[in-house]
Design a binder for this molecule. Structure first.
Ligand code: BGC
Length: 449
C-alpha cells in the first residue's frame, strides 16, 4: 500500500469508527433484531493481506552454511533433531506457492537466507539470489504479495564465527547484505522486514519453559554452552542470535535495522518494518511486573518502529505476570508447545503494538501447534474475530499471515510441533492440505469472516 492509499484507508477507518459510534447511539432503544442487522459487516478492508508464513531454515532443507546447521550437530545440542532436508521447500517452492494461491490466499511471507546469499564474507551468490527471484516470480504470477524477511534467526556461519551481533561490524555487514539482496530482488517484493522477532532474547528471560535447569532461562542455557561450542568449533569468538550478550546484541541489531532499512530503501522504495514476538501480557495481582516486562522486551523496538512503515505482530498466547510469570491456569487447554490455547491474545497485542508504535500493524505470525486440526480452525476463527474488532475500532491492520504454511522444523523441538495448514510427510515430501487451510482460504477469498 502506498502512502496515499494508507492515508485514504486511515480516513475510511476513522469514518467507520465515528459512524459506528453514531449508529450505536441511534439504535440504543431499538429491538435487538434491528441492532443485529446494524452490526459491523464481517468484511475486511479492501486489499487486506491474507497469507501464510514460513522461514527459510525451517522449510528449505540443507542450510549448511548457517550457524544453526552447526548448533544442531554440536555435542550436547539442545536440538531434538537436525533440520536435514526439512520440507525441501528449496526445490518444492513452486508447488507450495501454487497451493497457497489455489486455496484463496493473496500473500506469502517467507525469508531469504543470508547464509545462502553470502556464504562467505563479501562473496555473494548470484545463483542463490536468482533462486529467490524465481520464488518471487511465482508469487507475482499467482497474485500473492510477497512479504520478505531478511533475517529469520539463522546467520551465516562466518558471521557467527566473528561474534554474530556482538561484533561491532555487524550492523554494516547486515546493511550490505540488505542492499545487495534488494538490488537483485526489490522490484518483486511487496513488504520487507529486516528482522524476525529481534526481541526474543529479552522475551526468553520472562518465559517459563519446562525442563530447564532451575533459575535458568533458554537464553541463559544457550550462553552457558557458548564456551564449549567455541572450543568444539575452534572458534574463539563464535556467537549466535540467542547466545550473545543480550544488551550488546540488541544495540547492534537496532543499528542494523536502521542501516538495513536505508540500504533497502536506497535500492527500492519498499515498505520496511520489523516483526516482534509478543505475548498478551496480563497483570496478575497488585505486585505485577507486567509493565516492566513490556518496557524491557518490546519498549525499545516499538519506539524504533515509530519510524517504520509498519510493525509485524507475532502472537501465540497470553502471559500472566505477577512478581514473575505465572504458568497457565490449572485445567487450561495447552498446545503442543505447552502454551495456553488463547486466541484472544492476538486482539490485545495488535491494539498494544498499534498504540505504542503509531504505525499500521500487519499480523505476520499467529497460529497454534496441535495435531487436532479442529482446534486450529477454532483458533483461527477466534483470533480473526479479535482482529476484526480492532479494525472496527479504527486500528489500522493491513493483513493476517498465519504461521505456518507447512508443518516444519520447530527449532529445538524438531519436527514434533505441528503448526502447519498443510501437513508434510517428510519421508516422501508429500503435502496434505488440512481442513484449517480450506477454512482460512475461504475467509481470505471472501475477505470476510
Ligand atoms: C518464530 C517461528 C516459530 C514460531 C512458532 C515464532 O517465534 O518466528 O520461527 O516457528 O514462532 O514457535
Amino acid at each position: 500500500m502506498n502512502r496515499r492509499e494508507l492515508i485514504g484507508n486511515t480516513a475510511k477507518f476513522a469514518f467507520g469508527v465515528s459512524l459506528g459510534s453514531r449508529l450505536s447511539t441511534t439504535v440504543a432503544n431499538v429491538t435487538p433484531l434491528a441492532r443485529r442487522t446494524l452490526a459491523p459487516p464481517k468484511t475486511f478492508p479492501s486489499k487486506f493481506l491474507w497469507g501464510a508464513a514460513t522461514a527459510a531454515h525451517q522449510v528449505e532443507g540443507n542450510n549448511i552454511n548457517s550457524d544453526n546447521w552447526l548448533l544442531e550437530r554440536a555435542p550436547n545440542t539442545m536440538y531434538k533433531e537436525p533440520s536435514g532436508d526439512a520440507c525441501d521447500h528449496y526445490h518444492l517452492y513452486e508447488q507450495d506457492i501454487n497451493q497457497l494461491a489455489d486455496l484463496g490466499f493473496n500473500a506469502y511471507r517467507f525469508s531469504i537466507e543470508w547464509a545462502r546469499i553470502e556464504p562467505e564474507k563479501g562473496s555473494f551468490s548470484r545463483a542463490e539470489l536468482e533462486h529467490y527471484r524465481r520464488m518471487l516470480e511465482v508469487c507475482q504470477r499467482r497474485g500473492l504479495t510477497p512479504l520478505v524477511t531478511y533475517s529469520h534467526f539463522t546467520l551465516p556461519r562466518w558471521f557467527a564465527y566473528q561474534g554474530a551481533w556482538e561484533n561491532p561490524e555487524s550492523p554494516d555487514l547486515f546493511a550490505r547484505y540488505c542492499g545487495k539482496a534488494t538490488t537483485h530482488l526489490g522490484d518483486l517484493i511487496g513488504y520487507a522486514a529486516t528482522f524476525n522477532e529481534p526481541d526474543i532474547p529479552y522475551l526468553f528471560h520472562w518465559i517459563n519453559l519446562p525442563n530447564l535447569p532451575p533459575g535458568m532461562d533458554l537464553a541463559g542455557v544457550m550462553s552457558a554452552q557458548k564456551g564449549a561450542l567455541r572450543k568444539y568449533l575452534n572458534a574463539p569468538q563464535f556467537s549466535g542470535f540467542l547466545m550473545g550478550d543480550a544488551e550488546k546484541s540488541r544495540e547492534n541489531m537496532m543499528v542494523a535495522h536502521t542501516k538495513g532499512k536505508s540500504a533497502i530503501k536506497s535500492a527500492k522504495n519498499l515498505p520496511v518494518g520489523l516483526t516482534l514476538a509478543m505475548e498478551d501480557d496480563q497483570p496478575d495481582g497488585t505486585n505485577s511486573r507486567f509493565a516492566e516486562k513490556q518496557a524491557d522486551v518490546y519498549g525499545p523496538w516499538l519506539k524504533l518502529a515509530k519510524q517504520d512503515d509498519f510493525v509485524g505482530v507475532q502472537t501465540y498466547t497470553r502471559s500472566r505476570i505477577g512478581s514473575k510469570t505465572i504458568p497457565p491456569p490449572q485445567g487450561a487447554e495447552l498446545t503442543q508447545m505447552g502454551y495456553e490455547f488463547y486466541p484472544e491474545s492476538l486482539e490485545h497485542t495488535v491494539r498494544f503494538a498499534a498504540k505504542e508504535s503509531g504505525v499500521p500493524v500487519i499480523v505476520t505470525e499467529n497460529g497454534v501447534a496441535t495435531v487436532d486440526d479442529t482446534r486450529r480452525v477454532q483458533y483461527i476463527q477466534r483470533a480473526l474475530a479479535g482482529v476484526k474488532r480492532c479494525i472496527d475500532d479504527g486500528v489500522v491492520v493491513q493483513g493476517y499471515i498465519h504461521w505456518s504454511l507447512l508443518d516444519n522444523f520447530e527449532w529445538i523441538f524438531g519436527y514434533t510441533p505441528k503448526f502447519g495448514l498443510i501437513a508434510v510427510d517428510r519421508a516422501t515430501q508429500k503435502r496434505t492440505v488440512k481442513p484449517s487451510a480450506v477454512t482460512l482460504g475461504k475467509i481470505a477469498k471472501a475477505n470476510s469472516l
